[in-house]
Design a protein around this ligand. Structure first.
Ligand SMILES: [Fe+2]
Length: 198
């Protein structure tokens, strides 16, 4: 089951780590990707590999753990995206750069909050706490998603100055959409599990 996809994910992860090693040891002169961007894409490959393994084993993390772990993963991904956008926009796009910087700050804060919650486990495993955690993240992810959508559309229409590839602009938008879907799914599962336990 999914063996080929798993194989491919393992290999692309190893390849990305190799490229990262070459970039940070200055053995790839002229490489025009940030080390953090390559590290980011390797984390995404690793995430995909882990999801396939979970699927193949038919084992899913308990709901409360999954909520915290997925949020820690995606909040960092969102914080990275905001940083990439901020650094790849033309410096003359001052307002957009400023907005991207603010998003980067907000998501760094949310990530630290999620990490704090993560280290408080299992005491943190209470429905009301996770509910508020998800609500707070949803608000920020929705506004980042809207910002990314605008940026993507403007890049596609050649209306702003940047060195952001249209595919990267689309990727960051789609990943925010995915995170929002996950949040909604978790929220529904939480509601379902509290109703079931009543
Ligand atoms: Fe990404």
């Amino acid at each position: 089951m999914n063996i080929e996809a798993h194989h491919a994910a393992v290999h692309i992860w190893a390849f990305k780590r190799k490229v990262l090693g070459l970039i940070i040891s200055c053995q790839l002169p002229g490489a025009n990707n940030f080390p953090l961007l390559v590290d980011h894409t390797s984390r995404e490959a690793n995430y995909f590999r882990n999801r396939l393994e979970e699927l193949n084993a038919g084992k899913l993390e308990p709901l409360h753990d999954a909520i915290i772990d997925e949020n820690v993963f995606f909040l960092r991904i969102m914080a990275d995206h905001a940083k990439f956008i901020g650094h790849l926009l033309d410096p003359s796009e001052r307002q957009l750069v400023e907005q991207a910087r603010n998003f980067s700050h907000d998501f760094d804060q949310l990530l630290y909050q999620a990490l704090d919650l993560s280290s408080m486990r299992p005491q943190s495993q209470t429905g009301p706490l996770l509910d508020q955690f998800l609500d707070q993240n949803r608000v920020s992810v929705a506004s980042l998603r809207d910002f990314k959508k605008t940026a993507r559309d403007l890049i596609e229409a050649c209306k702003i100055k940047s060195i952001i590839h249209p595919l990267l602009a689309d990727h960051v938008f789609r990943e925010a959409e995915r995170f929002l879907c996950l949040i909604d799914m978790f929220e529904a599962s939480l509601t379902g599990s509290t109703t079931a336990s009543k």
